[in-house]
Write a protein that binds this ligand. Structure first.
Ligand code: MSP
Length: 647
């Protein structure tokens, strides 16, 4: 142990659906970093978890016909199961629904309120439900959410605010004094250009009337908004509020890993919150790129989600880990394809590494009865191999310091290629035919085996199963020290090799791509069917009391016009007998407004009013949705009085 600690985190993921290969990317990178730092002698700690509160999760639960807690429990179990399949070696899994975490979020809120960093005010702005973010009019892009480009709704709401504006100068000073705080470096410029140029605004940190969240202590109509709740998990994970000693040992974090879309929360809001709490700031925030597909970012609606499970089942954990870290440049976006996956498994794992190990063990077994001989005198070609072997560890360490996982693996594979070339240069099969070359053959075989021993050590933090299997085949029983990876000649001559199966089979690209695509599609459909079934089962069993909560009435359309600021919306003036109401409805694509005047429609009358693009909507007009997405208004067969109850 160096006596030094190293604390790593991943984002805590939203449990609103099964995780895909993109989520595993960050988690694999964090896991490999932990293994690497542990091997280097650090006292490591790795926190991951799930971000379980908020409107979006509540809506997903309702859609699936489940209580939010029951809904997230099921998905969290599947996430933990995935991490166990991938042998992710995390130390703490924080769920934001855990009691100790909720208490921390409330304590943090109270502290910030007491210090005057949080105050109560009113929020006015455009709200995007999927992103759970408020935007000002000028931030909208074509009237849509600038992050996800979906519709927003105008809202005015009492809210608590965090005085983020007070921290602008301190944040900029911190970035300047700590040039490696935001990585990769270009993200820092993006952040400063996009968010600081108009000055930081105070941040709304609560939501009113959202029940699925941590209540604001003493003001329970409000819940703590997801980002304070979520970010404070990095403190909960190492014992904040319950184990002061542990907390002091690991805080501040050495690195928070994530993809670029949430870096702003981690380099603006999070450091400001920590400053306000009087806590040290993390050393580094690394925002990696996205794994994309030919048709853009993965999403369930596009049906292009790639799950990690079929890849693990077919090719093993190491294959998936190797591929994501080798194929993509961590800081940049990369595009995924099954062809790329299979080709890389073939070229790097089966051909380069697998062949090297199998050719070498085969030759030791054939020429020296499986016993690795003592080496003899060194020739130039041996010196060359040796000097390269001894230099790789330092390169890999430097690459990992820079979060260049792909470069680290490329450096190891350069040495694998060099070792394969050494076989071609020395031609052991020719040496074996000549008695006089026996000692030379000994040297060549020893050098090959010791090179493979070094390779096995270097790949261990990345693909530990393969490393262990190689060491088993090399007959290595003792634990190897990381430092030994840069010393040639440490393999004990006289050890017997144990030839095993090929490390990686060669795959038929076309057949595998087809089979993998099918396995992925089957899993996608199975998961969809399970969700739909859950939703149906639950919706089939609501009680009459549940149904009675919805107030349905008929209404006569007095007037209907296009919404002035939204091309999907119609604005209705309705007569409900004892009252008149304005309702905004998203059916403009299907009806001409003038054709609807005088018609009878059915309205949910006890919905809380909302503003849709600046106009109040007081209720919801019912329509039927056909399979192709066409909406058709519901009406009554006979004439009924406006305002008649619908049972
Ligand atoms: N709950 C928040 C994070 C709170 S952290 C205090 C959240 N959750 S998330 O489920 O949406 O996860 C986002 C993260 O998942 C990304 O930042 C990244 O780490 C990972 N990825 C999700 N899709 C990805 C890709 N397609 N490519 C790369 N990483 C991806 O945001």
């Amino acid at each position: 142990m160096t006596g030094k600690s190293f604390y790593i985190t991943t984002p805590i993921y939203y449990p609103n659906d099964n995780l895909h290969i993109g989520h595993t990317y960050t988690t694999i990178a964090a896991d490999v970093l932990k293994r690497f730092k542990t091997i280097q002698g650090y006292d490591t700690f790795f926190v991951t978890g799930t971000d379980e509160h908020g409107q979006k999760i509540q809506d997903s639960a309702i859609k699936a016909g489940k209580e939010p807690k029951a809904y997230v429990d099921e998905i969290v179990a599947s996430i933990k199961d995935l991490w166990s399949k991938l042998e992710i070696d995390y130390d703490e899994f924080v769920r934001t629904t855990d009691e100790d975490h909720q208490k921390n979020a409330q304590d943090i809120f109270n502290k910030l309120k007491e210090s005057g960093d949080i105050y109560k005010g009113t929020y006015e702005g455009y709200y995007c439900i999927p992103c759970e973010s408020y935007w000002t009019e000028s931030q909208l892009e074509d009237g849509m959410c600038p992050d996800c480009h979906r519709e927003v709704e105008y809202k005015e709401e009492e809210s608590y605010f965090f005085r983020l504006s007070d921290y602008q100068d301190r944040l900029l000073k911190y970035y300047e004094e700590n040039p490696n705080f935001i990585l990769p470096l270009e993200r820092k410029n993006e952040m400063i250009n996009n968010f600081f140029k108009d000055g930081l605004k105070d941040l709304s940190v609560t939501r009113k009337n959202l029940t699925w969240g941590v209540p604001v202590p003493g003001d329970e109509d409000h819940t703590i908004y997801v980002w304070i709740d979520a970010l404070s998990c990095y403190l909960t994970g190492i014992g904040y509020g319950r184990d002061e000693e542990k907390f002091k040992n690991y805080w501040p974090a050495n690195v928070h890993l994530m993809a670029k879309e949430i870096v702003r929360f981690h380099v603006i809001i999070w450091p400001a919150l920590l400053m306000a709490l009087g806590l040290d700031l993390p050393d580094q925030v690394f925002a990696h790129g996205w794994i994309l597909f030919e048709d853009g970012k993965m999403s369930k609606s596009k049906g292009n989600v790639i799950y990690p499970e079929p890849i693990i089942e077919r090719y093993g954990v190491d294959a998936l880990k190797y591929f994501v870290l080798r194929e993509f440049n961590f800081g940049a976006d990369g595009s995924f394809s099954m062809e790329k996956l299979i080709s890389r498994l073939n070229s790097d794992l089966a051909n380069d590494l697998g062949n090297l190990v199998s050719r070498t063990t085969q030759m030791v077994s054939k020429y020296r009865d499986s016993v690795v001989p003592e080496p003899g005198e060194e020739m130039e070609v041996d010196k060359d191999l040796k000097s390269m072997a001894e230099g790789i560890r330092a390169k890999v360490e430097e690459d990992i310091e820079n979060f260049s996982y792909n470069k680290a693996l490329a450096h190891i594979w350069e040495f694998i290629s060099r070792t394969n070339k050494y076989i071609d240069q020395t031609e052991p099969w020719v040496l074996a035919k000549d008695e006089e070359e026996a000692k030379r053959l000994d040297t060549v075989l020893y050098n090959l085996i010791d090179s493979i021993r070094i390779i096995s050590q270097l790949i261990e933090p990345f693909i530990h199963h393969t490393a262990e299997e190689i060491q088993k085949q090399l007959g290595i029983k003792e634990d190897l020290k990381w430092e030994d990876a840069s010393s040639f000649g440490l393999y004990k001559a006289g050890t017997k090799v144990e030839r095993g199966d090929n490390l990686f089979p060669r795959l038929d690209v076309d057949k595998e791509v087809e089979a993998l695509a099918k396995a992925n599609k089957d899993l996608f459909e199975k998961r969809q069917a399970k969700r739909n079934k859950g939703a149906k089962e639950e919706t089939n069993t609501i009680t009459i009391d549940d149904f009675d909560k919805v107030e349905l009435r008929t209404a006569k359309v007095l007037d209907c016009k296009n919404h002035p600021d939204a091309d999907k919306l119609l604005v209705f003036q309705l007569d409900l007998g004892d009252e008149k109401r304005q309702v905004v409805s998203g059916i403009r694509k299907f009806y001409e407004p003038e054709n609807l005047v005088g018609k009878t429609v059915v309205v949910v009358t006890n919905l809380a009013p909302v503003k849709l693009r600046g106009l109040e909507s007081n209720g919801m007009i019912l329509s039927a949705e056909s399979k192709d997405g066409r909406l058709s208004l519901i009406t009554s067969l006979e004439d009924v009085d406006p305002g008649a109850g619908v049972k």
